[in-house]
Ligand binder design. Structure first.
Ligand code: 6GU
Length: 221
């Protein structure tokens, strides 16, 4: 998979993509991630990327030209162009699965007060990562990239995401490791039983109980 990210703040991405599982996925060539500063595409003599809003109002608005030119230079018939915006559709694990099957993703990170509405016409999808407002789309693009890359074949054991929270609209079951007793807190007996059928039943029940308690909205689905 190829991922291109358009941003005015490339430095924000340095540590996130050079650590842990994403770093390994890049080194193993499972994904190629490139960060593009769309200021470099500005035709303005001072590399301006924003201007005041028509009709008045506070703040600066990202202009069309640099973002259109940058996307058009990267886009092929295999590309999906995705705008990160608080008014996008809510991003879910199911979206992560669908996007993990794509060949090429292009993320556009807005910033400042907003972007020219016509930038939406470039995009196949507009996503939000939750009902709160971030200063820009950068963190959202990192969240989405992380959740997609871990699903790419061979990045982590398939077994590890089979039971992920949100698959089948259930939260993940609780897990334990050694020691059996830590400060008086015991590992549930059933997990030590070696009875795989009973363990499976216990885990399914715990998943349902946890979902009922914390996310009853998921069970309604
Ligand atoms: Cl994708 N962008 C911004 N700026 N804020 C957000 C968001 C995205 N998702 C939730 N809040």
């Amino acid at each position: 998979m190829k991922i291109d990210i358009l941003t005015l703040f490339p430095e924000m991405f340095e540590n996130v993509f050079s650590s842990s599982i994403i770093k390994r996925a890049i080194n193993q060539k499972k994904v190629q991630i490139k960060i593009h500063n769309f200021r470099d595409y500005s035709k303005d003599p001072h590399h301006k990327v924003d201007d005041t809003p028509y009709g008045g109002g506070a703040g600066m608005v990202l202009t069309c030209q640099p973002i259109f030119d940058c996307v058009e230079s990267l886009k092929t018939k295999d590309s999906k162009v995705i705008l990160l915006t608080p008014d996008g559709i809510p991003y879910k694990q199911g979206t992560a699965y669908n996007l993990s099957k794509e060949k090429h993703l292009i993320f556009i990170c807005g910033h400042y007060e907003g972007f020219d509405e016509r930038i939406r016409s470039l995009c196949d999808l507009q996503l939000s990562i939750g009902d709160y407002v971030l200063t820009g789309g950068e963190l959202a693009s990192m969240v989405i990239t992380d959740s997609i890359v871990r699903l790419l074949p061979g990045v982590i054991e398939e077994e590890s995401h089979k039971n992920d929270s949100f698959n089948n609209n259930l939260l993940d079951y609780p897990t334990y490791t050694k020691p059996r007793n830590f400060r008086g807190m015991e590992v549930p007996e059933v997990l030590l039983s070696g009875n795989h059928k009973r363990i499976e039943e216990y885990r399914r029940l715990e998943s349902i109980k946890k979902t009922q308690n914390r996310r009853p909205d998921l069970l309604e689905k």
